[in-house]
Design a protein around this ligand. Structure first.
Ligand code: SAH
Length: 215
């Protein structure tokens, strides 16, 4: 688990690539500069870890492209101590970004293999989410609701109702919506009151699918 000056240099370059691509939130860019992404990947991909690309992480899943992580994180407008629910822990990289931005992170993963490996990795890097849990993110975490924001890191055919119900008034739900095998539309709902949500759409992205039940 080595992090060197060379890695730091590559991270700084990645942050400037992301800012050229339109990421403006300083808090997001600072987190990208701090987090050793190469340690979230299988060592065979280490040399490519600071390219703006997605990579396989096992169990048929991928670590999201840094631009996508930054874009979703920016939409959340994370403030210190915000309670953030993440669906799809995967490698834990997005979890680490949110934690480094000052959020209290609760994250759900449905693949037991990834849940176990990421639960071991994050404490070694001093990244301490409030909760990592093995379960079905379609249901959210009713016992810990409401959340300031919710981020879904897999493509969903529709917006799960339980997640809308677990959002605070004023809170944001960021979710890529679209059928499996097609591009998803990055969608943000802002909760206006008990019953109303304002919808914003931000163009096409590609994610692995949000699947029901755990595995
Ligand atoms: N945030 C991750 C992205 C991983 S890809 C990262 O930065 O590495 C999406 C993840 O969502 C996969 O790990 C997949 O297993 C998980 N997933 C898919 N459906 C899910 C569900 N219903 N509940 C929880 N996790 C789910």
């Amino acid at each position: 688990m080595k992090d060197t000056a060379k890695h730091q240099g590559l991270r700084n370059q990645l942050a400037s690539v992301l800012s050229q691509k339109g990421i403006t939130d300083k808090n997001v860019l600072e987190a990208i500069k701090k987090i050793p992404r190469h340690l979230f990947l299988n060592s065979s991909f280490e040399d490519y870890a600071y390219q703006d690309k997605a990579f396989p992480i096992g169990a048929g899943q991928t670590i999201s492209q840094p631009y996508t992580v930054a874009f979703q994180s920016q939409l959340l407008e994370v403030k210190k101590d915000d309670k953030v629910l993440e669906i799809g822990t995967g490698s834990g990289y997005q979890t680490a970004v949110l934690y480094t931005m000052g959020a209290k992170v609760f994250s759900i993963e449905r693949q037991n293999e990834l849940f176990k490996s990421t639960s071991l990795l994050l404490p070694k890097l001093n990244i301490r989410p409030k909760l990592l849990t093995f379960g079905d993110g379609y249901k959210g975490l009713p016992n810990y609701a409401p959340f300031d924001s919710i981020i879904v890191t897999a493509g969903a055919p529709m917006i799960p109702q339980p997640l809308m119900a677990q959002l605070k008034v004023g809170g944001r739900l960021v979710i890529p919506v679209g059928e499996e095998g097609q591009a998803q539309i990055m969608t943000m709902l802002i909760r206006k009151n008990e019953t109303q949500f304002e919808k914003h759409e931000f163009g096409e992205f590609r994610f692995v699918p949000l699947l029901e039940n755990k595995n």
